[in-house]
Design a protein around this ligand. Sequence first.
Ligand SMILES: [Zn+2]
Length: 401
Amino acid sequence: MPVWDDLVGQERVAAQLDAAARDADALVTATATKAPLPEASKMTHAWLFTGPPGAGRATAARAFAAALQCVSPDRALGGGPGCGFCDGCHTSLVGTHADVEIVRTDLLSIGVKETRELVRRAQLSPAVGRWQVIVLEDADRLTEGAGNVLLKAVEEPAPRTVWLLCAPSLEDVLPTIRSRCRHLTLRTPAVDAVADMLVRRDGIEPAVAAEAARATQGHIDRARRLATDPRARARRAAVLKLPLRVDDIGGCLKAAQELIDTAAEDTKQLAEEVDTKETEELKAALGGQSGSRMPRGTAGAMKDLEDRQKRRRTRTQRDSLDLALTDLTGFYRDVLALQLGSRVALANTDAQDTLERLARAASPEATLRRIEAIAECRDALDRNVAPLLAVEAMTMALRAG
Ligand SMILES: [Zn+2]
């Protein structure tokens, strides 16, 4: 059915979800007509989608949500649910269905308070749809306390509630929760499959689509962004020039500062787009007037928002840096492939000259050490080492010789 077309390169997962959606449909119909319930249903109330970033975990969860809410009269004719066009499918896919709650966070963690709210919602019967579906796109960001709150809801679900959790890997989710979920693993889609999708769905020129898919190595969202956003292309080009600029200490420090500045710029842009509007909205909701003092008793709410915005800025800065480090790692992996005469397809064919120059200038061991230095920088950032220090240590380690 059409909703599964969005699962690029995930035929096995699509087949499993299709079977479950058909059984779910049969279950709802049987209940409505008081017919005997089907036995051995492939439907279950808690699912966990794992797979590498960009493989389409959230897309798969949404497609499943749509199929669960599909009301197309044709679904009984054998095609199964998931037409993609009926009201149930369409509103689920765009995120406006009353019984599909999509939770995605731009913070580093999801806390107990928000999770309690979700659990409360999960106890309700569907308002208009066939199921109450809650998609938790970043289940790996649940704090331990939040995980324990969720556990009860997953253990004793309401009859028509379905939890769809997404996380990079099984290890990212509390063992008690993952053991109660049916697990689906998405794999990194093939570069060709991603290029194909960009042409088919987004109408991108085949040559541009192919290059974006290759450069991002099967990461669908990044490939789309690279193919459609000139700013993203400029960023990547700048990062790929970095290896040529780190030949003395001055060059290393300057390159590190630029990486940090770029991340800060991304953060500032987001803050300008979102924070100001959010603050004004909250002020208005609390009865304050622009430019005047806020009414008594509202300081707590304002402080909460400021804290949230601060955490979000930290996350944006980290994501932006992480993207640059991903591009750099891919670059040195290509250098290594050339040095070893490996036949794997290069990701950065647009920088072939630079790759060859660096491949000649160093040994494979030196290249491996550089790839390790980037990984160490990532670890340091995860441990909250000051970003500039971590990145400087990395650029110094990337230096030739
Ligand atoms: Zn439909």
